[in-house]
Structure formats: structure tokens, C-alpha cells
Design a protein around this ligand. Structure first.
Ligand code: PLP
Length: 373
């Protein structure tokens, strides 16, 4: 086999295909002086709210801020506890701490990688005020069960949708479950800006009003401030770029899904690997294509030696990070997350990945396992 280099995500080819429209967007913003918030951001807020089936979209500086502002504006206070999955990006938990509250980690399901609600039950105390389901890798969490769980314990639901742009649950928009959805438009996400950007999406009038003021110094108008907020406003350039890219999101997501099906069919007979499990009522928009294998490190090295980039999401589950060493967690409570961190491997996944590239990658994987078909 001829050696070809395949990245985990290819933003060069992604943007090359829409280069003309991107250049137009840059020119428009430069001409208009709408550098912070302004008409391009407002247009995006309108378009993205519509895309999410929501009444409101509030564009902010990044996904971490989206979560933090949503938590604060929904009324999470210092000393409150918020349930978060043990396997997610640190920002999910960081936002809870930034809001002054305490993240309480919950072990995950080994197949869906989602927060395990039967284990969450054991973590609920009088201080528990909210839960953050993370639609990890692009697959929506069972929001029916989360809604029932939250109702039982009177919890707010803040959804971390940073990896799940476009995913629904049981045919319904995610915003229809729970109080608020938080998005990141970090460049590598399914919908990515050309820098940091994020959004809060909700149907709640009061929450929308508060978030909109909070992101802009608690401002009512130029010099009248109702409370102290922060500075977390989307740039005009990001709004204009996201407006261009949003039109293609469904097409890109279906290409990701198609690529996942190709991987699945080519990897299905390798007993040392398990491919991603799709839940019956969930959508999966494959932000990442994550397999599990006991020989993860060796396979990863082999692929990397052959110029195939891979990733681990995430190599250290949150309760085991130095950042949380002063929290009183029992490592025994996170056995699944701990086991997963040594078995999961993210293979190249992006809309422009070709079938022949996937055939090449899976041939190498078969070679590694000495697989004869
Ligand atoms: C990317 C990501 C975030 C944070 O988004 P930023 O825009 O980088 O702040 C939060 N949660 C998850 C699950 C993410 O993947």
C-alpha cells in the first residue's frame, strides 16, 4: 500500500470548498464595521434559533461561556451541586465551577458514553440543583429519561450540545427537552467558526432575556447596567462565517453519518474492536467516530506510524485529572470511565473524508490485527 497521510479533521479541504463565500463574508464585515455583535450576529442568531427549533439564540464568545452563563442565569448559586458525566471535555465541569457551584461527576454508560442515570441517582443530595447531559461524540442522550430524572429530583437541565449540532432525540428538537441548550462553534466542531464562538439556545423568555444581558455586561442599554455580567459577545466575522456554514450543516452531518456506516461495515468482523453503538431513539451526527479495543495504544501507534492521525476523547476522565485532586471523589465510583480511557480511540472523521481513505484506514487496522477476510 502507498503511504498516504490522513488527518483526524481536515479544515483545509472543508473551507476550500466554500472559499468564495467565506471571502465574501470577510469583505462584508470589513465594509460594515459590525465587529462585535451587530447585524451579522443577529442574522445568525435568528437562523440558528430556527435551525434548532427554538424561540431564542444568544450568541456568545465560546461554548464554555455558553454553559457558564446559562448556569448562572438559570439560578445556579455557590454551594449548589451539578451532576456532570465523568467522561467529557473539561469545559462541562469548568462551567459549573465558574458559576460558583460544584461539579459532581457521575460514571458513564460503556456503550453510549453518556451519563449513567442509575448512578446519578446515588449522587443526588439536598444541594443538587441541575444536571448537564452531554451529547458526547454527536449522539443525543436519552432525553426522555433525563427529563423524568430531573422532574423526580427537581433539577434544571442544561444540555451540552457542543458536539451535537443538528442532532434530535426521538424526532424532537433537543431544546424541547429541558431548559437550555449550549453550543460551541470551536473550528473543529460539526459547525465551526474561524475562531472561538458559542451560543445559548432556549424557549424560555426570562432566561433568554437574562443571558442576553449577561453576555454584555448586564447591559440594558449603553450605560445602564441592571447587574454585573461579563464580556462574552460573538464577533461579527464569526456570525457572518457561521451564516455561510449553517446552510451546509445538514449535508455535512449526513456525510459524517455515511462515513460512519462505511467504517462500521468494514470493521464489523474484527472481534478485537467494537464500533460505536447507536441508541434506538437517538440521532448520531458523528462529531467523532470512536471505537473501543483492548489493544488501543498499540493500534494507535501503528496507525500513527502509518501517517493516520487518531485521538483519544478523553485520555484522562475528569475525576482523575489533577485539576480535581482536591475534590472528595472515590475512584471506585468511576470504574467505567477509567476503563474506557484506555480503550477508546477516535479515528479520522469529517464530511470530506472519502470512501477510499476509509478503506485504506480499515485495511491498516485489519493488518494490525492480522485479520484475514
Ligand atoms: C468543545 C466543547 C466545549 C467547550 O467549547 P469551547 O467553545 O471550546 O469553549 C464544551 N463541552 C464539550 C463537550 C465540548 O466538546
Amino acid at each position: 500500500m502507498r503511504k498516504v497521510k490522513i488527518p483526524l479533521v481536515d479544515l483545509q479541504i472543508h473551507h476550500k470548498n466554500i472559499k468564495k463565500e467565506i471571502n465574501e463574508a470577510f469583505k462584508k464585515v470589513l465594509k460594515s464595521n459590525s465587529f462585535i455583535l451587530g447585524n451579522f450576529v443577529e442574522e445568525f442568531e435568528e437562523n440558528f434559533a430556527k435551525y434548532c427549533g427554538a424561540k431564542y439564540c444568544i450568541a456568545v464568545g465560546n461554548g464554555t461561556d455558553a454553559l457558564t452563563i446559562a448556569l448562572k442565569c438559570i439560578g445556579i448559586k455557590p454551594k449548589d451541586e451539578v451532576l456532570v458525566p465523568a467522561n467529557t471535555f473539561i469545559a462541562t465541569a469548568e462551567a459549573v465551577s465558574l458559576a460558583g457551584a460544584t461539579p459532581i461527576f457521575v460514571d458513564v454508560n460503556p456503550d453510549s458514553f453518556h451519563i449513567d442515570l442509575s448512578k446519578a441517582e446515588k449522587k443526588v443530595t439536598k444541594k443538587t440543583k441541575a444536571i448537564i447531559p452531554v451529547h458526547l461524540f454527536g449522539q443525543s442522550v436519552d432525553m426522555q429519561r433525563v427529563t423524568e430524572f430531573a422532574k423526580k429530583y427537581n433539577l434544571k437541565i442544561i444540555q451540552d450540545c457542543a458536539q451535537s449540532h443538528g442532532a434530535k432525540f426521538n424526532g424532537k428538537y433537543l431544546v424541547e427537552y429541558g431548559d437550555v441548550c449550549c453550543y460551541s462553534f470551536y473550528p473543529g466542531k460539526n459547525l465551526g467558526a474561524l475562531g472561538d464562538a458559542g451560543a445559548i439556545v432556549t424557549n424560555n423568555d426570562e432566561l433568554a432575556k437574562l443571558c442576553k444581558m449577561y453576555r454584555n455586561h448586564g447591559r440594558l442599554n449603553k450605560y445602564e447596567h441592571l447587574f454585573e455580567g461579563t464580556n462574552s459577545r460573538m464577533d461579527g466575522i464569526q456570525g457572518a462565517i457561521l451564516n455561510v456554514k449553517l446552510k451546509y450543516l445538514d449535508e455535512w452531518n449526513s456525510l459524517r453519518r455515511k462515513n460512519a456506516q462505511i467504517y462500521n461495515s468494514l470493521l464489523q468482523n474484527i472481534s478485537q474492536i467494537s464500533t460505536p453503538k447507536e441508541l434506538p431513539l437517538s440521532d448520531h451526527v458523528y462529531h467523532l467516530y470512536v471505537i473501543k479495543t483492548k489493544e488501543r495504544d498499540q493500534l494507535m501507534n501503528f496507525l500513527n506510524e502509518n501517517q493516520i492521525a487518531t485521538g483519544i476523547h478523553y485520555p484522562i476522565a475528569l475525576p482523575f485529572l489533577k485539576a480535581y485532586q482536591n475534590y472528595n471523589f472515590n475512584p471506585k465510583d468511576y470504574q467505567i470511565a477509567y476503563k474506557l480511557q484506555s480503550e477508546i480511540l477516535s479515528l479520522p472523521m469529517y464530511p470530506e473524508l472519502t470512501e477510499s481513505q476509509i478503506v485504506y484506514i480499515t485495511k491498516l487496522i485489519k493488518k494490525f490485527f492480522n485479520f484475514h477476510s
